[in-house]
Design a protein around this ligand. Structure first.
Ligand SMILES: *Cc1c(COP(=O)(O)O)cnc(C)c1O
Length: 384
């Protein structure tokens, strides 16, 4: 699409022209591994589906439009997207990473990529000065997640991008935008260079597909990543690309309700005696609420973490007793989920200098009726 539309319109139309051969309004699932050539090397733009597939192309264009970037690339999971970005770097290259990133990102950096000579410093990214102090002559990348999983801390994308841009040679800023989704926050417009998504979460939105995506503007880096996407091969199949596009059509509607419900749940939990602390960027009590208002003006997302007054055991009981909030890993689907990060999603951080608190419980607030959600939490908390 040449015209610039609002994100609500892009979510439904971007990258998706009616099928030229039939007029089908929905992008077909091109369930094919290869493409017939007229003569060697003479083809219609597609040779082999690791290299390219028309359903994936539509999804990649859609992702680029949603993040307001030039180029999109799709991957078989969020971790595959992250891993492929890290292959832009060489042994001895240094990356500054937030010290409470998603457990799987920490595991990939600390347990896998370190063995190949990549260097990492894990720092408190709520403090731009701490980031500046951690910059070394071999620093090439700053990896941010905001809000973070699971502590819901924020990084000031604009301030950190200004610091990174002032250095020579240049330092890239990558933002894992999974928690906010492009509906609530567009990191490229705030100065970041690369956006990463686990499309498994809010983008797919229905807990039925695993995937990842990268969006960026820089032509040279895009071509390198496109080369790596094909060379490494962690690509999604056409069914997964299609299913994610289908989910994205209602991204804006879902995010509005996720934000609305989560705000009410956060307020309810703040007032409950079984809960010692609530982490939600939309609460005035959040230490970075002012930054949240600036950086995520449309809403604060559907994720909430709480510290149980009764400690770890109370947390175990809480997550086992809810009925609507299903006890499960992952997040961002239409249905509400609850989990214990210390033993579930973030067990891999237990040996780090920043393990998640044992009394922490994380909620992914869905789009069910708010009264049913509050009632479920209320009864699960009785006596805790
Ligand atoms: C889930 C998640 C990932 C990993 O994505 P997968 O699709 O599970 O590989 C990365 N970052 C964040 C913030 C996540 O929540």
């Amino acid at each position: 699409m040449d015209k610039k539309y609002h994100i609500e319109t892009d979510a439904i139309h971007a990258g998706q022209e009616p099928d030229p051969s039939t007029g089908a309004i929905m992008t077909p699932i091109y369930q094919t591994s290869t493409y017939v050539q007229k003569s060697p090397g003479e083809h219609k733009g597609y040779e082999y589906s690791r290299t390219g597939n028309p359903t994936r192309t539509a999804f990649e264009s859609l992702m680029a439009a949603l993040e307001g970037g030039k180029h999109g690339l799709a991957f078989s999971s969020g971790m595959a997207a992250t891993d492929t970005i890290m292959r832009l770097f060489k042994p001895g290259d240094h990356t500054i990473v937030g010290n409470d990133v998603y457990g799987g990102t920490y595991r990939l950096f600390d347990k896998v990529l370190k063995q190949y000579g990549l260097e990492f410093s894990f720092v408190d990214v709520t403090d731009p000065e701490a980031i500046e102090a951690a910059i070394q002559p071999n620093t090439h990348l700053i990896w941010l997640e905001t809000p973070t999983n699971p502590m819901l801390r924020l990084a000031d994308i604009r301030a950190i991008s200004v610091i990174a841009a002032s250095k020579s040679p240049r330092i890239w800023v990558a933002v894992d935008n999974t928690f906010a989704s492009p509906y609530l926050q567009q990191p490229l417009s705030l100065g970041a260079d690369i956006v990463v998504h686990s499309t498994t979460k809010y983008l797919g939105g229905h807990s039925d597909v695993v995937g990842g995506a990268v969006v960026l503007n820089d032509e040279e880096a895009y071509l390198k990543l496109k080369f790596l996407q094909n060379a490494v091969g962690a690509v999604p199949g056409p069914q997964d690309a299609w299913l994610t596009m289908r989910g994205i059509k209602t991204l804006h509607l879902r995010m509005e309700r996720h934000c609305e419900n989560a705000m009410k749940v956060a307020q309810f939990l703040s007032d409950h005696s079984a809960i010692a602390e609530v982490y939600y960027p939309g609460l005035e009590s959040h230490p970075q609420h002012d930054l949240a208002k600036r950086q995520m003006p449309k809403g604060y997302g559907g994720m909430i973490s709480v510290i149980m007054a009764g400690g770890r055991d109370a947390g175990y009981q809480f997550v086992s007793r809810t009925k609507l909030f299903a006890l499960a890993e992952s997040l961002g689907g239409v249905e509400s989920l609850i989990e214990h990060p210390g033993v579930m999603t973030h067990a891999s951080t237990s040996d780090s200098t920043f393990p998640v608190p044992a009394s922490l419980v994380r909620l992914s607030v869905g789009v069910e009726h708010i009264d049913d959600l509050l009632e479920d939490l209320q009864s699960a908390l009785v006596g805790l």
